[in-house]
Design a protein around this ligand. Sequence first.
Ligand code: ZN
Ligand code: ZN
Length: 136
Amino acid sequence: MEKLNGGCYCGAIRYQITSLPTWAAHCHCRSCQMALGGAFLTWAKVAAGDFEVTKGKIKTIQKTPSITRGFCGDCGTTLTYDSKTEVEGQDFGAGDWFAASTLDDPSIVKPMSHVFVSHQQPWIKLADNLPTLSEF
Ligand SMILES: [Zn+2]
Ligand SMILES: [Zn+2]
C-alpha cells in the first residue's frame, strides 16, 4: 500500500500510516468535544504499529489513568488516543487510533458509526443513517 500521511495544523508533527484504517467512528463524548474544541471527533484505527510519527514529537495528556490523548504541543491539534480499557467483544484497545481529519486526505476514512450519542449536542442533527451507540 502507498503510505498515507497526515499531521497537525501547524506542521510541527507529521505522521504516516502504513495500512488502511480497519475501523472509524464519530465520537460525541464530552472528553472528545473538550479535547478537540468541536462537536464530535472522528477517530480511525490502524493495526498496532502502523501509525508512525515521522516529524516532531506528540505531547500527551492523561486526565483519566486509562486514557492517553496525544496532541501537538505547538498548535494543540488532537492527534491520537490510547485506551487501556478493553471493552468486551469490541477489540477496543488494540490498534493505533488517530484523528481521521488530520490525514492529508481524510476522505479515505469510512466511519461506521456514531458513538457516545448520549453526549451528542442537541444542535447536531445526524442524517447519514449510520448506527448510533449510546456509549461505546
Ligand atoms: Zn502543530
Ligand atoms: Zn470520545
